[in-house]
Design a protein around this ligand. Structure first.
Ligand code: AMP
Ligand code: FE
Ligand code: FE
Ligand code: ZN
Length: 280
């Protein structure tokens, strides 16, 4: 059966592999379609698409937007125009806010007696949007912590002493921008936020779908989310949330039937038609 993995990260955000390598891994895993869904950046989308064309993997434009409505809520976007100015502008602003935030985290770490050069953090991030995982890797390299996990547990995790705020839009704004860019919006891994109830607040924003299949969802959670999607006439998507090789979820370790991609495309077409008609 043709399948798709619609949640993958590259080194353009906090993944380890370059976008092209993720696409190759998808080909090797026998996937027909994928979406690269880096956090708050579209930087890898074009490379992924070009590489997908070369090696015969369908690549949808994708992104994972960090939103905030009193709690973290990731929103996945699919099928939008990757050159859309408003969307591009949002991610540019988020990116520069991330730079000042990395500097703030480094300052807090210095005050805690764990100094690391900001440059070492930026080097970990490379071309990607700098984030806490890069700080954690720099701390590990400097010998301040014994593991990546310890860096989050003791310093960088939510509410820990070196945590710092990043720019986050309201879920409604993310959905609106994705729609305006001709795409669809999907609630990412609701199981990580307590389950289907966490999606309720997004329904009024015009949410299009729910990520029912995810490496952190057990079968019961997936079942509940599929039921919820059916009740609310939402699309169902799924993916591994691959970040890199190692113990985590591999490319294609979570996959959905290709029919889900076709449904996604139909919804994208509907949104585009509505936009042309000026009704959305
Ligand atoms: P940031 O966008 O910079 O806030 O970093 C978010 C990323 O950090 C997430 O996508 C995870 O990859 C990682 N992360 C967040 N919290 C933890 C944690 N408690 N333990 C390990 N990794 C985490
Ligand atoms: Fe991530
Ligand atoms: Fe996420
Ligand atoms: Zn993700």
């Amino acid at each position: 059966m043709d399948t798709a993995d619609l949640h993958l990260h590259s080194d353009r955000s906090d993944g380890v592999w370059p976008a092209a390598r993720v696409v190759h891994a998808a080909k090797t895993a026998g996937l027909r379609a994928i979406a690269l869904t880096d956090h708050d950046t579209l930087a890898g989308v074009r490379t992924a698409r070009d590489e997908g064309e070369r090696c015969g993997v369908e690549v949808l434009s994708g992104v994972e937007v960090s939103t905030w409505d009193g709690a973290d809520r990731h929103v996945l976007g699919y099928g939008f125009d990757p050159d859309d100015p408003a969307l591009t502008d949002l991610f540019e602003r988020a990116r520069s806010a991330r730079l000042s935030r990395a500097a703030a985290i480094v300052e807090k770490l210095a005050a805690l007696g764990k100094p690391i050069p900001l440059d070492s953090v930026l080097a970990e991030a490379g071309e990607g949007a700098v984030g806490r995982p890069h700080v954690a890797r720099a701390m590990l390299r400097a010998g301040h912590v014994g593991s990546f996990r310890e860096a989050f547990d003791v310093y960088l995790g939510d509410g820990k002493p070196a945590w710092a705020e990043k720019l986050r839009v309201a879920p409604a704004d993310a959905v609106r921008l994705l729609h305006a860019a001709g795409g669809v919006a999907v609630a990412a891994h609701p199981g990580c936020y307590g389950g289907p109830e966490a999606v309720d607040a997004l329904l009024d924003c015009g949410l299009d779908g729910v990520e029912a299949w995810h490496s952190l969802h057990d079968p019961e959670m997936t079942r509940r989310l599929e039921e919820y999607a059916a009740e609310h006439d939402l699309l169902v998507t799924g993916g591994s949330d691959f970040h890199g090789p190692g113990p985590g979820a591999g490319v294609g370790s979570v996959r959905v039937p290709y029919a889900r991609v076709e449904e996604l495309r139909e919804r994208v077409d509907d949104r585009r038609a509505a936009r042309r008609g000026g009704t959305s």
